[in-house]
Write a protein that binds this ligand. Sequence first.
Ligand code: SF4
Ligand code: SF4
Length: 198
Amino acid sequence: MTYDLTFAKEVYQNSEEGHWIKMCMQCGVCAGSCPMGFLGAWTYSPRQLFQMVRAGMRDEVLTSSDMWMCTSCYNCIVRCPRNLPITHIVHGLARYASVQGKANPKQPTHQFAKDIFWENIVATGRVGEAALTMKLYFKDGIGEGIKQGLEMKDSALGMLKAKRLKPLPFRGKIKGYPGFKAMLKKAFELENQKEGKA
Ligand code: SF4
Ligand code: SF4
């Protein structure tokens, strides 16, 4: 594999914790420790993604589904002999792919994070479990929503019984909602400044 550091430099500067990638010695401990690897979920393991960054494979990395598969179990972090914050690097690459408009909009985790979870929490300042679940289940149509709802009904009933699920979709806005919105506005301003958009 040849090295082209153009993309690597871009990642070091712009992607959260991306500068750590230069410290990876390609030992493969992260790949061998990752439960998603055992499940066969990776096309490219973290080790491979880091080497692809250094090889200049911009499109292959940013359009990859793999960064979105990380469950944040931290197995890789505790075992990496070079102490790379692998989980954070992987999430940073996912976010950078999204900011660059390269993430697949149909990638389920990306779609959930961007279109479902974010919209849900911004609307009221807190997660509304029922509305979130409805939107997730019905995102691919009514038939798919009903099918998923029936598949998960026992879990839902168990959660309701244990008072871990609020049955009503609308719970109202949090106290201090204008402050929450102002905080988000400021965060966006700072982020845009950082990315040179403002
Ligand atoms: S365990 Fe650490 S050093 Fe080894 S391949 Fe993974 S990130 Fe690189
Ligand atoms: S934190 Fe993510 S990348 Fe690391 S072992 Fe867990 S699932 Fe794999």
